[in-house]
Design a protein around this ligand. Structure first.
Ligand SMILES: C[S@@+](CC[C@H](N)C(=O)[O-])C[C@H]1O[C@@H](n2cnc3c(N)ncnc32)[C@H](O)[C@@H]1O
Length: 231
């Protein structure tokens, strides 16, 4: 095995859209990861997930990528008991926080996958299986040398579009103007997708303000929503 940081290792490691910092877990988050994950987390697997089996019913399924601390995820799931939601997040404290929200509400229609969303979509999400996908305030990676880390790139957007059922939607929001333009261009060039608006969409009433959005607004950033549908 090559030593850490050798050229071989650099070549083999995929560029990911996140950097896992070992954020400190609160006691409640650590407890949730120990005791609630077996109940509410879906383990990463190379097998496609059977949503009807996971939720014990056949209902529309919406995927959220990068749910952070999960306040928006939980609020949307609470407001839409007729729909099932799967949140993907890599950050341990965030996953712990979401698990606590599921338990406390309680939310029978929300599950979590703690793994890289790119690999989850590739391996676990069956084609044509989703009613919608939410990607709210993905890391903008503003420095040019970090642009390769951006999540919403053509290959991944094509994979996302292919997982939508006909009429399903792909909804992104960002407070970073250059990234907004880039996301719009990538969505527009994906043949499976059609814009629901001329350019940016109005924020749907059902999308609550997220934690990162509040931070962006406080800094004076303009927030835009981008909402496309699969034809
Ligand atoms: C800027 S935060 C936004 C969190 C939340 N959506 C909000 O608006 O408050 C982006 C989140 O996406 C997660 N993330 C980034 N890339 C990811 C990936 N490839 N798979 C899963 N989670 C990812 C990060 O860990 C982080 O929690």
């Amino acid at each position: 095995m090559p030593a850490r940081g050798t050229p071989e290792e650099t070549v083999r490691r995929p560029v990911r859209s996140y950097v896992l910092r070992q954020g400190r877990l609160s006691p409640a988050q650590a407890r949730a990861l120990d005791t609630l994950a077996p109940r509410y987390c879906l383990p990463y697997s190379r097998e496609p997930v059977d949503f009807a089996r996971v939720f014990g019913r056949r209902a529309p399924v919406v995927l959220e990528i990068g749910c952070g601390m999960g306040e928006t995820t939980a609020a949307i799931a609470h407001a839409h008991p007729e729909t099932d939601f799967v949140g993907i997040e890599v950050h341990g404290p965030g996953v712990g926080a979401i698990l606590n929200r599921i338990e406390q509400a309680p939310l029978a229609n929300l599950r979590v996958i703690q793994h890289d969303a790119v690999e989850v979509v590739d391996a676990m999400i069956p084609p044509g299986s989703l009613a919608g996908i939410h990607v709210y305030f993905p890391d903008p990676w503003p420095k040019k040398r970090h642009h390769k880390r951006r999540l919403l790139k053509p290959g991944f957007v094509h994979a996302l579009a292919s997982r939508l059922a006909p009429g399903g939607y792909l909804h992104a929001a960002t407070d970073w103007a250059p990234y907004a333009g880039e996301i719009l261009a990538v969505f527009e060039s994906e043949p499976l997708l059609a814009n629901t608006a001329q350019r940016y969409a109005p924020r749907p009433a059902w999308r609550p303000l997220t934690k990162f959005e509040a931070r962006g607004l406080a800094l004076g950033h303009e927030v835009v929503d981008i909402l496309f549908r699969r034809a």
